[in-house]
Every structure is written in structure tokens, then in C-alpha cells.
Design a binder for this molecule. Structure first.
Ligand SMILES: [Zn+2]
Length: 126
């Protein structure tokens, strides 16, 4: 296999590892969210006059955002695994060039080559 082609077995292992890690992270954040929600319902419902209530509301917002990001990441990982099956893995979705193997090592679920990724104004890093 030429060196500029991603190794599908290596990529699959990396994606599966990342999926396990991301799921575990999401599970622990979901558990934390449940405890925050429980704590908030035990505290007074009046957030505006209860400092603890607003802290909990803030933490809840952060957790919800992190859980959403993890869910999005998991769907990116699933999509990358599908691309591995169809042979489209490692090809930039935007320009059709090969994505550099070093980039795939760092971000196995990436859809874009470094050039297209940096050209995007999106807040997403892949
Ligand atoms: Zn590209």
C-alpha cells in the first residue's frame, strides 16, 4: 500500500477507540447532568435569587452543550466508519484530495483536508 493512502485497519482501530472514549465521556457527562438536575430540583426553583441555583443552571447548560458535542462527534465517527466501508475514507469531502495521513492520525473522523478545514469559518475543528 502506498504511503500516501490511509491504512484502513489502522483508521478503523483509531475510530473504534475514539468511539469508545467518546461514548464513555458522554455517559459520564450524562450521569453528571442527572445529578445536577436532581440537585437543582432540591434547591429552590428561584434561580434569580439563589446563587447556587444559577451555578447549577450554568453547569447544566455547559453539560448539555458538551453532551451535544459528543453526540455530534459520535455521528462523525459513525460516518467515518461508513466511509471506510465504502472506500471513501481519507478523501476530502470538499476538494476530493487525499487527506494527509498525519491529519487522519490526529483526527480520524475528519471529513476535510487541512486546507479546506482552515478555509472554513466554521467553529468546528474538523
Ligand atoms: Zn480539501
Amino acid at each position: 500500500m502506498p504511503l500516501d493512502r490511509p491504512d484502513p485497519d489502522h483508521a478503523r482501530r483509531a475510530l473504534l477507540d475514539e468511539r469508545v472514549a467518546t461514548s464513555a465521556l458522554r455517559d459520564s457527562m450524562s450521569a453528571r447532568l442527572r445529578s445536577v438536575v436532581d440537585a437543582a430540583s432540591e434547591a429552590t426553583a428561584d434561580d434569580e435569587h439563589d446563587p447556587e441555583g444559577s451555578t447549577l443552571a450554568f453547569e447544566r447548560g455547559q453539560l448539555v452543550a458538551q453532551i451535544e458535542r459528543s453526540t455530534e462527534r459520535l455521528s462523525e465517527i459513525e460516518a467515518a466508519l461508513t466511509r471506510l466501508d465504502t472506500g471513501a475514507y481519507g478523501v476530502c469531502e470538499s476538494c476530493g484530495d487525499q487527506i494527509a495521513p498525519a491529519r487522519l492520525d490526529a483526527l480520524p473522523a475528519t471529513r476535510l483536508c487541512i486546507r479546506c478545514a482552515s478555509a472554513r469559518t466554521s467553529r468546528r475543528r474538523w
